[in-house]
Design a protein around this ligand. Structure first.
Ligand code: UD1
Length: 448
């Protein structure tokens, strides 16, 4: 088989307006913050809407850059995407003009690879770029490709593109992953909904966003079900219908605001958060001494312990759901800088997700990165303002948290990374009493 390395040498990303955040730290956050819809659910549903020619309607879609990239990519294919009001999107893909997802889309957002499964199973062919060079570890897509091959797809790799086709309908089959992959599970599941016969996916990712996608597919008429905690079964249908769905709340955004409340010694209620999806994060907060209260659609976090003796250090390890999400590891590292003793951090999912800790060290944190997967944080340390750079989405949000906790002013360059996944983040922080502004810095070329 051809070499499947990304093929990036002729790609020139479009310049973006470069912005930075300027944060004046040291103010406890107080009040209520609304939690937006989940990025990692909304993106997959927008793609899943191409499984039918009928209109699909989504509410509670976050207004973030990644959603804009996904809807632009769909429109470029010839799919009709309407945006009748904020947070509401309607998708109609009666027919498409092109079955081609270019490098420009894939390089902007790795999640565009989720279009492989639905386009292939509905239209029988697609050419899609290898998303390749993301900045968080290597993040290959080999497991997605293997899964679709297990369903009968013929997939060749040439010049950075996957050429996928299916002579007739895909056929159901056994999809066995060597370990849990969220988007790999979703791509296989989406493809199987229109395949002929029965598909079993194991181990299937158990993230709440996967189950939200299942709920949407069931409304479309798909015969798909989680039959065991780690198993999803699909009986393919000839066609699916349009459906309407409200996206679940974003548990990663919720985790980010919980840590913000804690590290500033504030008291914040998260409106619309689903505590049922936040088990591992809530347990970690409680272990450190952060006070947490939750009800059916809210979570309240108090960081009063920061003033009354401080937080306790603890060891954390990321894992597939229901374990601790890798996406909340960076925010929790900020919390651990304010906790007593040495905390060990084990990032078990991705390589490079600890690199940003170098920026946290510039703000006064006492951090040692042992290797790609292990770090130690000693605390508590008073953080101070500094000039820092954002390398990716979650690191960016975490640097804002550190800046909110720090003495003095912090300048955080690379705000566009944060807008990929957080809706109105500075507005939400301002409403909680933070002092944060977004300042234009000029024009730059995006890095991922
Ligand atoms: C999704 C989330 C991301 C989250 C991650 C883990 C979206 C859009 N993104 O990413 O926010 O951090 O789950 O919870 O939903 N892998 C392979 N080959 C593959 C696919 C994955 O080796 O073909 C590896 C990855 O490098 C990683 C591990 O599998 O080490 C898990 O990654 P995966 O669950 O697939 O992450 P994503 O679905 O890309």
């Amino acid at each position: 088989m051809a070499d499947e390395r990304p093929f990036h040498w002729e790609y020139r990303p479009e310049p973006v307006e470069r912005e930075l955040f300027r944060v004046e730290g040291g103010r406890p956050l107080h009040g209520t913050v609304p939690i937006s819809g989940a990025k990692n659910a909304a993106l997959k549903m927008l793609a899943a809407a191409t499984l039918t020619g009928e209109r699909c309607r989504f509410t509670n879609v976050p207004e973030i850059e990644d959603v804009r990239v996904m809807t632009d990519t769909l429109r470029d294919l010839g799919v009709v995407v309407d945006h009748p009001e904020p947070n509401v999107y309607e998708v109609a893909s009666g027919d498409v003009d092109w079955l081609f997802v270019p490098l420009e889309a894939a390089a902007k957002m790795r999640a565009s690879f989720i279009l492989l499964g639905p386009l292939l199973t509905r239209f029988g062919q697609v050419i899609i770029s290898n998303p390749g060079g993301d900045r968080i570890g290597r993040r290959p897509v080999d497991l997605h490709v293997d899964a679709l091959r297990a369903l009968g797809a013929e997939i060749d790799y040439r010049y950075g593109y996957y050429y996928a086709r299916s002579p007739g309908r895909l056929r159901g089959g056994e999809v066995r992953f060597p370990f849990v992959t969220v988007m790999g599970t979703e791509n296989a599941m989406l493809a199987a909904t229109l395949a002929q016969g029965h598909t079993v996916i194991r181990p299937a990712a158990a993230e709440p966003e996967v189950d939200d996608l299942i709920a949407f597919l069931q409304k479309m008429g798909a015969n798909v079900e989680r039959t065991l905690p780690d198993t999803i079964e699909v009986h393919g249908r000839r066609r699916l219908r349009g459906a309407e769905h409200r996206v679940i709340p974003d548990r990663i955004e919720a985790g980010t605001f919980m840590v913000a409340a804690a590290v500033t010694g504030g008291d914040v209620s998260l409106r619309g958060a689903d505590a049922g999806h936040l088990g591992a994060v809530l347990q970690t907060l409680e272990r450190t001494g952060v006070a947490v209260e939750s009800g059916p659609d809210f979570v309240r976090v108090s960081g009063a312990a920061l003033r009354d003796g401080g937080f306790r250090g603890c060891d954390i390890e990321t894992a597939p759901y229901p374990g601790l999400a890798t996406d909340v590891q960076p925010p929790l590292c900020v919390l651990l800088t304010q906790a007593r003793g040495t905390s060990h951090v084990h990032e078990a999912i991705f390589e490079d997700r600890l690199d940003w800790l170098g920026e946290l060290r510039r703000m006064g944190a006492d951090v040692t990165v042992r290797d790609a997967h292990h770090a130690e944080i000693r605390g508590p340390r008073r953080l101070h303002g500094a000039d820092v750079d954002i390398s990716d989405l979650r690191a960016g949000a975490s640097l804002i948290l550190a800046a909110l906790a720090a003495d003095g002013t912090t300048t955080i360059r690379g705000a566009h990374h944060v807008h990929r996944g957080y809706e109105n983040i500075e507005r939400k922080f301002l409403d909680l009493g933070a002092q944060i502004e977004r300042v234009a810095e000029g024009i730059a070329t995006p890095t991922s």
